[in-house]
Design a protein around this ligand. Structure first.
Ligand SMILES: Cc1ncc(COP(=O)(O)O)c(C=O)c1O
Length: 418
């Protein structure tokens, strides 16, 4: 072995993938566009206007600009700025009784909230449980923490939520691990776009309550896209009282999507429990993880977002700014749904949010065929993910045509190999 080949990295760190597959595809799409090709890049989960520029909320820029420099420069408390945490808890829970059952910490975006949940509610070498279609970083974060994620089939054959599969997964986890962390990302599930309806939420709540009678159970609701959920945006709240009868409920909140501030890295994990002493333990455990990882969070971002949530005039303007973006997205969703249906694409129920999945026998093949004509989507197992948040309405016919061609080719090859 030569001196140069001796690595001091630990064995686990020797062959890490340094980039994220979506950021890598996005980089390739940008490079081709910069070289003069006509590229439609529907990979990234950032909302773009119809001219292809990142959507910025003017109220948010103003809130950031008006934070006094001397305040922003100082450390925030380790667990987060108390007014920010109160504003986030109220943003999620309003002034309901649930507010009094919650504690919270600041995290670097929703990613930090997920890190917190997996670190503190999954034992080393155990698994969290989520849907088979899920946000790619869940297992990455878990594996980095020497834990993992296992999944259950998300859809029944009629493309409704597969409650029985979830119950079976919960049962297995409780039997094999003696405990459970269940992660659900609704409304506007990434990558499928699916939002649970009211009866699905209530059945899930009852299954969770019942599981909590058998073992320690925590449920993480990853609410990254809840402000874009249209009519189903707030249905999750009705599930909380039943879940809280026996379990800990965790809510992952992020300003990345709600305030279009992906770069600010401002998020929160809110933990709810009926018992006061348990809430103290939760606040201490989560605060400890803040100290042991990123320490204090971005103070400027917390101060600006607090203002956006509590200052009545600014908060009205933020709501109006966001409403315009929700409307922009709604028109794309409508245009996509009607074009997809005309082209015979197989998609789950989709009524809002940044993404939709389109089913195909071979996601990799479909995405590769689409890239040949300059259209970028994210390959998944049995589907591709389309970021409508980044697709101007005028480009939807091109997108659907490329999807149809990519799926036709995958189906032809699948038929040949079957
Ligand atoms: C499902 C889901 N959860 C959480 C996040 C976390 O986002 P961030 O860390 O940027 O706030 C994202 C971002 O894409 C997401 O799609």
């Amino acid at each position: 072995m030569t001196q140069a080949s001796i690595s001091a990295l630990t064995s686990a760190s020797q062959a890490r993938e340094g980039n994220d597959p979506i950021f890598r595809l996005n980089g390739e799409a940008r490079a081709r566009a910069a070289a003069g090709e006509s590229i439609l890049d529907a990979t990234m989960g950032a909302l773009m206007d119809d001219a292809g520029r990142i959507a910025v909320m003017p109220s948010v820029s103003e809130a950031l600009a008006r934070v006094p420099a001397g305040k922003a420069a100082g450390y925030s408390p380790i667990s987060g700025s108390p007014p920010f945490l109160e504003a986030v808890r109220k943003d999620l829970l309003g002034n309901s009784d649930l507010l009094q059952t919650s504690v919270a910490v600041t995290t670097p975006g929703g990613s930090g909230a997920i890190y917190q949940a997996i670190k503190n509610f999954v034992e080393p070498r155990h698994h969290a449980l989520t849907t088979d279609y899920c946000w790619g970083p869940y297992p990455v974060i878990a594996q980095h923490l020497e834990r993992d994620v296992s999944t259950f089939p998300m859809f029944s054959p009629d493309l409704s939520f597969d409650l029985e599969a979830m119950k079976q997964g919960m049962h297995q986890h409780i039997n094999s691990q003696g405990r459970l962390l269940l992660i659900l990302n609704f409304p506007c599930h990434n990558p499928t776009g699916y939002s649970l309806d009211s009866s699905e939420w209530l059945s899930i709540a009852e299954a969770v309550r019942s599981a909590g009678e058998k073992a320690p159970v925590a449920v993480l609701l990853d609410l990254a896209y809840h402000r874009f959920g249209g009519e189903s945006a707030d249905l999750w709240i009705d599930a909380l009282p039943t879940m809280l009868e026996t379990t800990t409920v965790l809510l992952a909140w992020t300003a990345s999507k709600s305030f279009c501030q992906y770069g600010a890295r401002i998020g929160s994990l809110v933990a709810l429990h009926r018992d006061h002493e348990e809430r103290n333990k939760l606040a201490n455990a989560l605060g400890f993880t803040c100290r042991a990882t990123w320490s204090n969070s971005n103070h400027l971002g917390q101060l600006a977002v607090t203002d956006l949530l509590v200052d009545p005039e600014l908060s009205n303007r933020a709501d109006a700014d966001r409403a315009e973006l929700v409307e922009l997205l709604r028109t794309r969703v409508e245009a996509f749904n009607s074009a997809a249906s005309a082209a015979g694409l197989h998609v789950p129920r989709y009524d809002g949010g940044f993404f939709v999945a389109v089913f195909t026998p071979d996601g990799e093949k479909t995405a590769a065929v689409m890239r040949d004509v300059g259209v970028y989507v994210v390959p998944l197992k049995g589907a591709v993910r389309v970021a409508l948040c980044a697709t101007p309405e005028t480009e939807i016919p091109r997108l659907v045509e490329a999807l149809r061609a990519g799926i036709d080719q995958a189906e032809a090859e699948h038929g040949r190999s079957a």
